[in-house]
Ligand binder design. Structure first.
Ligand code: SAM
Length: 285
């Protein structure tokens, strides 16, 4: 079979199955074989691994994943792509395609015995309209995920991997770091997709932590404090906390003082550990 990264082949498939790129599903297919291989390499996929892919499209990266992994499960929302995938993946006996929305899929049920026996890795060129819910869903899940490698919109990737004090740093950065070690693997230009998206892309790697490095006594309160501190980025920390939580000013000032955090700083200068100390102090008071 000819290469699925060839725009001519993609057009041929669309014609044959009477398909169109579905914008609603964020369908931008990879047309650069080198990038496909680089993503799978960044995914650190081995024959002993089970891989979960989100959105196989016409199966371009699925083929490369199937060559590298022991078993590949791939969840595709678009019913019309299922017959295409049956054709493009017919030579691979270690791939299981599931039609459905990844946000509603029973993943433990799908992976079953593979879940205990093999390391689980997630590799995906994500649909950009649902990037954050998909990534947060995996981070918050109890799935024994070793590593996740995602191609996503550049700005979102930079937020996931940002350093304190930078523009990109925010509640998403802290949430990601709470659950995982995050790293930018490489940048990807819009030209490697068909159709070409309006934004540039990035490949990021998230290694899930077996134990959280940030110790919080009340996870919900911790994330509430983090969100409150970033909602009004131009305001000082104390103003943000006052505006977006129910705590009285005196109590907030007292907690900040106990933690050695100046109330006049901006939220973006605080690390996840700082927010944890603050949330923990507010919990016990
Ligand atoms: N993996 C292919 C590639 O790299 O060429 C396609 C990637 S394309 C950016 C995203 C894919 O995710 C599309 O095939 C789209 O139909 C699928 N998709 C969109 N939303 C989804 C969802 N909620 N669950 C599963 N798949 C979804």
């Amino acid at each position: 079979m000819e290469k699925l990264t060839s725009p001519k082949v993609i057009e041929g498939i669309l014609n044959k199955y009477d398909l169109h790129f579905n914008k609603r599903y964020g369908q931008n297919f990879l047309i650069d074989e080198n990038i496909v291989r680089k993503i799978v390499e960044a995914g650190n996929v081995h024959k002993s691994d089970t891989v979960l892919e989100v959105g196989p499209g016409i199966g371009t990266m699925t083929q490369v994943l199937a060559e590298a992994a022991g078993k590949v499960y791939s969840v595709e929302i678009d019913k019309k792509l299922i017959p295409v995938l049956a054709e493009t993946l017919e030579d691979y006996d270690n791939v299981e395609i599931v039609q459905g929305d990844i946000l509603k899929t029973d993943i433990p049920g799908l992976l079953q015995t593979n879940l205990q026996e093999n390391p689980l890795k997630i590799v995906a060129n994500l649909p950009y309209y649902v990037t954050t819910p998909i990534i947060m869903g995996f981070l918050e899940s109890d799935l024994p995920i070793e590593q996740m490698t995602f191609m996503i919109q550049k700005e979102v990737g930079e937020r996931l991997c940002a350093e304190p004090g930078t523009k990109a740093y925010g509640s998403l950065t802290i949430a990601a770091r709470f659950y995982a070690e995050t790293e930018i693997s490489f940048y990807v230009p819009a030209a490697v997709f068909m159709p070409r998206p309006k934004v540039d892309s990035i490949v990021v790697t998230l290694k899930k932590r077996p134990e959280p490095v940030i110790q919080v006594s009340d996870k919900k309160l911790f994330f509430q404090i983090v969100k409150a501190s970033f909602l009004n980025r131009r305001k000082t920390l104390i103003n943000g906390l006052q505006m977006n939580t129910d705590y009285p000013k005196e109590r907030l000032l007292d907690a900040l003082e106990k933690c050695g955090i100046a109330p006049g700083v901006r939220g973006e200068t605080l690390t996840g550990e700082d927010f944890a100390r603050l949330a923990n102090t507010l919990t016990v008071e």
